[in-house]
Ligand binder design. Structure first.
Ligand code: RI2
Length: 316
């Protein structure tokens, strides 16, 4: 199919995801679903097969933006798997309905997960957070709603400093926040009762793929006897890892680490992996909307939800 038939709303969403104007696994999922709906609504396809081909092309375009967060391919699976019907209007309507249902489930999942995660936090606790995760924040917000007094230590999260977003969010909620540079994490763990982070992807072995710095934080937390909770709705479970597949870790631009001026006359390789892998033994619980699980047992839930052969309908 000619690229021109991928609607502008899809290419704009893809660019916004690649540039991280839209970021965070849940936000990427919602934007991806919405872009597929716009493709269906705006399409001038003459028949059902043509519209399905356009949707697959739009999905490929979105898929190619960021490689690590599995919420993106899981969203494509959800919507494309429901693009059914004999004629073009029926396919269009099925996509619109699927996206509405998907976005509703996304919101409910985060609310339900928040309530479950909040049960792990006690009145008076201090929570140490890394990066910016709406799933992790949902747990903290639910704990506040339950009347618990929770304080936070927020890590800056170099290079893109998403910790600033978390600090703003918590400050707006009236939480007592201490903001620290990443290298202060080990020291500050002495004053924390919990580490609470999100996830971009969870593998079948219970390995947590999250923003770079999570793995080191989790290892330090174990050394300090601070429990590590990962808040991740089931959209973050990667069914392709059920058959042993790995997760592609995104490497981003040098300029995120050092700006052009700092790089002048500097002949070094800058390495900028956006994510790292935390082994399951350093994680106490993965909190999902279906309950909280020891990481080693997440494989059962993954199989129940996705089956063992998830497929890639956008490649068909
Ligand atoms: P929610 C973010 O990645 C962070 O790693 C965060 O923990 C994760 O997405 C999940 O975000 P990035 O998009 O879905 O900033 O919990 O690279 O909002």
């Amino acid at each position: 199919m000619a690229t021109g038939e991928v609607r502008q709303s899809v290419t704009e969403t893809a660019t916004a995801i690649a540039d991280m104007e839209i970021r965070g696994a849940a936000a990427i999922a919602e934007a991806t679903a919405t872009a597929l709906r716009e493709q269906a609504v705006q399409s001038e396809a003459a028949d059902a097969d043509r519209l399905r081909a356009e949707l697959r092309a739009a999905a490929r375009h979105l898929y190619d933006t960021r490689p690590t967060a599995v919420s993106l391919p899981n969203t494509l699976r959800y919507v494309l798997g429901r693009a059914s019907g004999e004629d073009v209007d029926a396919v269009r309507e099925s996509v619109v309905a699927a996206v509405a249902e998907f976005c509703d489930r996304l919101d409910r999942a985060q609310t339900d997960l928040g309530t479950i995660g909040a049960s792990r936090l006690q009145d008076g606790d201090t929570v140490l957070m890394h990066c910016h995760s709406t799933d992790a924040l949902a747990c903290l917000e639910a704990a506040l709603d339950q009347g618990k007094d929770i304080a936070a230590i927020v890590k800056e999260t170099r290079p893109r400093r998403q910790g600033v977003l978390t600090a703003h969010h918590l400050d707006d909620l009236g939480v007592d926040v201490r903001f620290v540079v990443d290298s202060a994490a080990h020291r500050m763990l002495a004053e924390a009762d919990h580490v609470l982070v999100g996830a971009d992807t969870i593998t079948a072995t219970g390995t947590v793929i999250n923003k770079i710095g999570t793995a080191g934080l989790a290892v330090s937390a174990r050394e300090r006897d601070v429990p590590v909770t990962v808040a991740a709705q089931t959209l973050k479970l990667d069914p392709e890892t059920l058959s042993g597949g790995g997760v592609d870790i995104e490497h981003r631009a040098d300029a995120e680490v050092l700006d052009a001026e700092a790089r002048t006359d500097l002949d070094v390789d800058i390495v900028n992996p956006a994510f790292d892998e935390t082994p399951p033994r350093y994680v106490d619980a993965i909190v999902t909307e279906r309950g909280q699980f020891p990481p080693e047992s997440i494989v059962t839930l993954m199989r129940d939800l996705y089956g063992s052969e998830p497929g890639r309908p956008w490649e068909e």
